[in-house]
Write a protein that binds this ligand. Sequence first.
Ligand code: PSU
Ligand code: MN
Length: 308
Amino acid sequence: MTPFNSILSAEVSRALQLSSPVVALESTVITHGLPRPRNLELARDMEAEVRKGGATPATVALLDGEIRIGLTDTELVRLSELDSVLKVSHRDFATAIVKKLSGGTTVAGTMFAAYNADIRVFATGGIGGVHKESSFDISTDLRALSEIPMIVVCAGAKAILDLPATLEYLETMGVPVVGYQTDEFPAFYSPASGLGVSVRLASPKEIADFARAHWHLGMKSAILVTNPVPETEAIPRSEMEPVIAQASAEAVENHIHGQALTPFLLQRISELTNGKSLRANLALLLNNARLAAQIAVEMTARARVRVV
Ligand code: PSU
Ligand code: MN
């Protein structure tokens, strides 16, 4: 039973009742992260990727003040076209509910709502983290990762962030950082960052086993699975660094901070790279949906074995 009310789509509700694999998907990427109409195409493509992998997609969002787990195509279209829309992390749920507003859920917001609905696997692009050039901007995503026991598949933290500080925070909070077939913490647009992960794992099955072991110990944190951007769309770090530096400097100049910072930086970086960063972003999102589906399948396979 859910401790708070959220509305599950018929498809997600059925999948959960049957204990079949479900993958949560965030929606800030739709409402704030990508330009139209790519945001809608991406939302549909991610759902298709999850289905192909044998799992049911559950895109999480707020619609007219209701927490929704799983959207119909009509609802996805509506969400992708909304003009004034919230970016919903923990502190924003009550705002959306009381004012009957719609919003895209961040990594933190999606984890909060999806975990409450008994979903344990989640795919996103990049998590939020500790921002550069800013005295106290630390994403709620990091706190959510320390408190909510889910498997979160990402391509690392967004490259616009202070990656060493973000990794230090995750270590302090006891969040395992898994490198999927890699020893390096991926830097979103680039597969390499020069920074390490806490464990390298080779397959979705190893990841499912790892999650069981972690939670069996009574650990409460998430498991952050980092999946490098596909080679064909990767952009070398040397090419991205000056672009990120320029976009970050412009953000400081224009006094952009708080929730507006990530969308501003992503858009500027896309302009400065003539859309190359956007193509990498789309490729890694689909890649993460694919891996998350495989992990969700492994998680339910083990669950069934235990019941028998
Ligand atoms: N990655 C992207 N695009 C995005 C985000 C991540 O490629 O739009 C979003 C995620 O929803 C993440 C949020 O949770 O940005 C972090 O925002 P903040 O730094 O304000 O917490
Ligand atoms: Mn922030």
